[in-house]
Design a protein around this ligand. Sequence first.
Ligand code: PAF
Length: 289
Amino acid sequence: MLELSGLSEMRAWSRAQKARGGRIGFVPTMGYLHEGHLRLVDRAKARADRVVVSIFVNPLQFGQNEDFTTYPRDRARDRALAQERGVDCLFTPETKVMYPADPVTRVIPEAMAGILEGAIRPGHFAGVLTVVAKLFHVVEPDVAIFGRKDYQQATLIRRMVADLDVPVEIEVAPTTRELDGLALSSRNTYLTADERRSALALSRALRAVEQAWRGGEANPEHLQRRGMEILGVPGVTPEYLALVDESLQPVARATAKTIVVVAARVGPTRLIDNVVLGEGIAADPAVRA
Ligand code: PAF
């Protein structure tokens, strides 16, 4: 596995692969890789001839009081996992290489970015879209794979690519969960054993909403109330649980396409999760952590 950290080296490598007829699959990450990331790599391998994984903890997407400095980092472990999974190129730029100066230009999304996660993390999605746009310019992938756990992020990236005519196909892959339902996240590493037990309230709340919907309830307010009942356990501070459509707008009636998005603090850790009602959590692939 090749490891590159310069922007022009990365671009040159991608262009050389493409000149030989190779398609580039890309998985952008902030590192501390887990099975969820590695399944995105599997998807990229199925869709392309060469797979690039970037590891870059992007300061632009963290708020002042967020966990940028403490975000888990373990480059040696990431390198070993990526190599084992068949990644061709690990792209690991330094912050000063990605941002030699404070950017004057950012990708600022419209209202869709100011709700749900965006309401709680102002500026977060401008940071995400700016770095993803830069990474796309450097890696020039044919297809990029994102996880569905970050539903709003994936939706905004799709919109950015469409709005700005970026020549890349976006695939959004299902959330990978542990067998008890907990969605994999690098931030799960912050959880104590007790908090990890409490964190199951998120996937349980989503399941409860899904079950109520399967039982015939389609009123979003009733379904939201049902989810909140399950979410409100000791140790969990709910932030939102909402039923939205593919454009993140509240729905008047829940259907198979409705997405239930949830965010909560478990102790000091913020976790998010979601389910598409018609697909259900059980349909997502599970792993033993
Ligand atoms: O989902 C993430 O890990 C990050 O938001 C991303 C897409 C790599 C941008 O920094």
